[in-house]
Design a binder for this molecule. Structure first.
Ligand SMILES: Nc1ncnc2c1ncn2[C@@H]1O[C@H](COP(=O)(O)OP(=O)(O)OP(=O)(O)O)[C@@H](O)[C@H]1O
Ligand SMILES: [Mg+2]
Length: 231
């Protein structure tokens, strides 16, 4: 089983949007997928409950289950016998849950969604510090990648490029993904209907398939990270 952790110390960065899209896309591609909701807000849980197609499995982990490293690892070990992929959606705050998940050797890749805006970008050094500490505990570096989200669709906006430069300069435990997402109403509509943005744009026969393109780009980049990890 390959495990994708979606996390950030900051709230509202598109973690649940990313997690629900990836889970739905993996499931519709025939992969046995587990979506773990580790956030008391329950966005992924609600998405799963509202989703018409029951094509992925949901597991909700409460604070007590997430607060003990052995319990977290035991959950993933058990899941690995049944699933091809596990996507974990965490809450947007620093705490035991985030630290334990980052330190687990059973997590293959951490994706850190970050809004392409300075107040959000400036929180990345703290994530970098958490990941550096987690790497010492793991005894190896986790593949940790920043995904700039909710970028402006204005052609002249370059905030995400400044964000990438910031990561390269100040965050040695993080790298930048080539993929990014933009602020699009299709993401909001899709999550409202408990669909991936790909399903939403297909079903609504939208000529604008930009959300699908962004999420497909993210999915294939993550698959390439898995391939690189395996070599
Ligand atoms: N790319 C996007 N375009 C438009 N709206 C978006 C996009 N990504 C997320 N949103 C909206 O922004 C809000 C926050 O998104 P989401 O719940 O995915 O963030 P989160 O990081 O999981 O938040 P939290 O830290 O509270 O768990 C939601 O209303 C969601 O619909
Ligand atoms: Mg969330």
């Amino acid at each position: 089983m390959k495990t994708i952790l979606i996390c950030s110390q900051k709230g509202g960065t598109s973690k649940s949007t990313t997690a629900t899209n990836l889970s739905s896309m993996l499931a519709t591609r025939g992969q046995k997928t587990l979506l773990v909701d580790g956030d008391i807000q329950g966005t992924s849980m609600s998405f799963s409950a509202r989703r018409k197609a029951h094509d992925f499995t949901l597991k909700v982990l409460n604070d007590e289950q997430m607060a003990v490293a052995t319990a977290f690892d035991a959950t993933l070990e058990k899941a690995s016998r049944e699933f091809d992929y596990c996507v974990i959606d965490l809450g947007g705050y620093d705490g035991n849950t985030l630290r334990i998940a980052l330190s687990s050797k059973l997590v293959d890749v951490a994706i850190i969604p970050c809004i392409a805006s300075y107040p959000d970008i400036e929180t990345l050094p703290h994530m970098n510090k958490l990941i550096s500490t987690a790497n010492e505990i793991r005894g190896e570096a986790i593949a940790a990648h920043v995904l700039f989200t909710r970028c402006s669709t204005a052609p002249r906006s370059k905030v995400h490029n400044s964000g990438k430069e910031f990561v390269a300069k100040y965050c040695d435990a993080l790298s930048n993904l080539d993929s990014r997402t933009c602020e699009r109403v299709s993401y909001k509509n899709a999550i409202g209907l408990a669909q991936s943005v790909e399903e939403f744009e297909t079903e609504s026969k939208s000529r604008n398939r930009k959300g699908s393109q962004e999420m497909n780009s993210l999915l294939s980049e993550i698959m390439n990270i898995f391939k690189a990890n395996d070599n």
